[in-house]
Design a protein around this ligand. Structure first.
Ligand code: NDP
Ligand code: 8X3
Length: 254
């Protein structure tokens, strides 16, 4: 049985990936800060699909914690076949001259350094085995920049660059590298961006049908389930009612 390592599995897209990869009979190595949620999910999915699940509480921002958690992991769980670098967040939506430095640090540390820290640990194992697949969750914000998106967009542009860089550096080792880049997905993302203001978050998705976490997880599964000789480099996935980072057709039927 293959193993998938999903970061940010306690909510949204990561959570939906856990269910789909369990359905496809992968063993799941799950990580996020809210480990209680991971344990609850592990119990459910183990019963439903009969796969093995290991939950790790970790903060991808903190390389010392990431390394400690990894070193404490039973060896069998280190044989990761598919890594989904999904943990990420946005904090605030302010013009550059009013941005909160702490918000900037959290986004850069989570979305960029987190991807690097996790990849630095897992890629050598894939190299040693001569196979593997790294799937980075980017965003339309990694393709375009929108008003007040400044630092979040910069972090997702960095993920886009790192995906391309990983693909080049890991080419000799038969390691696939993919970016899956969604437009608006209704998850806890906007609640986190607006620091718990659920009403403001709800308004983001008013008047159109956003993607669901499951829509994105199915797209991620599509990239993970191609034949050995096929790599999806980049999959940009939008709601039908969203044409670009900023252009929405609201009050539409789709
Ligand atoms: P959610 O807020 O629902 O999920 C985010 C996940 O990331 C949670 O499981 C959270 O777990 C985890 N996470 C956040 N910070 C850390 C950290 N420091 N260490 C470990 N885990 C962390 O949002 P989404 O599911 O929407 O977001 C998933 C990814 O998709 C992100 O990279 C986001 O940028 C990207 N994305 C989202 C879009 C959207 O519109 N929703 C569109 C395009 C991309 P915990 O809090 O328990 O640590
Ligand atoms: C999340 C989607 O449009 O807020 O990456 O940047 S968006």
């Amino acid at each position: 049985m293959k193993t998938v390592f999903i970061t940010g599995a306690s909510s949204g897209i990561g959570f939906a990936c856990a269910e789909i990869f369990a359905r496809e009979k992968y063993n799941l190595l799950l990580a996020s800060r809210r480990v209680d949620r991971l344990h609850a999910m592990a119990n459910d999915l183990q019963d439903k699909y009969g796969v093995k699940i290991h939950a790790v509480g970790l903060d991808v921002k903190d390389n010392a914690l990431v390394e400690k958690a990894w070193n404490e992991l039973p060896d069998a769980w280190k044989e990761v076949d598919v890594l989904i670098n999904n943990a990420g967040l946005s904090q605030g939506l302010d013009p550059i001259h009013e941005g909160d430095i702490a918000d900037w640090d959290r986004m850069i540390d989570t979305n960029v350094k987190g991807v690097l820290y996790i990849t630095r640990i897992v890629a050598p194992i894939m190299k040693e085995r001569g196979s593997g697949h790294i799937i980075n969750v980017g965003s339309i914000a990694g393709k375009e920049v929108y008003p007040n998106g400044n630092v979040y967009c910069a972090t997702k542009h960095a993920v886009d660059a790192l995906t391309k860089a990983m693909r080049i550096d890991l080419l000799p080792y038969n390691i696939k590298v993919t970016s899956v880049d969604p437009g608006a997905v209704e998850t806890e993302f906007s609640i986190v961006r607006f620091k718990g203001d659920a009403e403001r978050a709800r308004k983001v998705y008013e008047g159109f049908t956003p993607l669901t976490a499951e829509d994105v997880a199915e797209a991620i599964w599509f990239t993970a389930s191609r034949p050995a000789h096929v790599n999806v480099n980049d999959l940009l996935l939008m709601p039908t009612a969203q044409a670009s980072g900023t252009l929405f057709y609201k009050n539409s039927k789709s």
